[in-house]
Design a protein around this ligand. Sequence first.
Ligand code: SF4
Length: 327
Amino acid sequence: MTPRYGDLAREVLGGHDVGRSEALGVLRSPDDDLLELLHGAFLLRRARFGRGVVLHVIRNAKSGRCQEDCAYCSQSAASDGEIPRYDMQSVEEIVDGARRAHALGAARYCIVTSGRAPGEEELDVVCESARRIKAELPLALCVSLGSLVASQAARLEAAGVGRYNHNLETSERHFPALCGTHAFPDRVATARAAKAAGMELCSGVLLGTGETLEDRVDVAFALKDLGADAIPVNLLDPRPGTRLAAEERITPEGALRALAMFRFVHPDKEIRIAGGRERILGPLQALALYPANSMFTNGYLTSPGQGYEADLAMLKAAGFEPAGFAE
Ligand code: SF4
């Protein structure tokens, strides 16, 4: 095994910042080098996070009926996919979800609502839920409510929300192919507002939407410019009824190379293998935990995963362990 990515990892641990051409080189590396590449990424992951895996549980607190036209999203008005559609849940329902996430051993609970931006009443529910959850449970709290203005971000931070999720999804060049009702700079503005309010920023990507390898590198560096603290890497599992329903799936090897690239560009940030893990990576899903140090468990927004027990068995069989609550 030619120790190329191992050397690059040691250079990064020594202070080297991976550049765009090196990142592109990772994405263009041949399948035969995949294990060596994952080894290099693992050296960075282990140095910062050991063998811990942060388990996140998502709460779909308001589902469907979104007026935006995001091409990949089954909650979009442009989609006629079969998904649950309901208005904002109550504080009690959201807090009860947190109790169950905690009982599962999750370290993070993420409250998500569909829609371009939260209404003030929805924000009231989320803030009250956050106060109750922080008072009762040792759980790190994230929310994802769409676009935010500074005053809304400040309210969330004051209520105990430690991290705000707002994905860039892809490069600025490719974004118009995915969404016509809002623009890439809108996403950047919300990400900046969340950071300015003192919350951590969780901002990630959706791979396999027709983007180029250069687009993947561009968004990796755009996230670096934003100072993203956590980066969920979603793999498009084309949803029936959406505009990308017929999109060709990313290969498991391509997805694993991308995860490694994100690890090399963001050596000490939380990298999450997110949506599409089971259906795109299949029997190779444990390999994703060599570059990534976190994952969702117990399902996704509108589609079930393989379940908590199977997730736990998978990560333990690969020599990883759930990381405890840390904020
Ligand atoms: S704004 Fe969010 S919920 Fe609405 S269509 Fe886009 S991704 Fe889906």
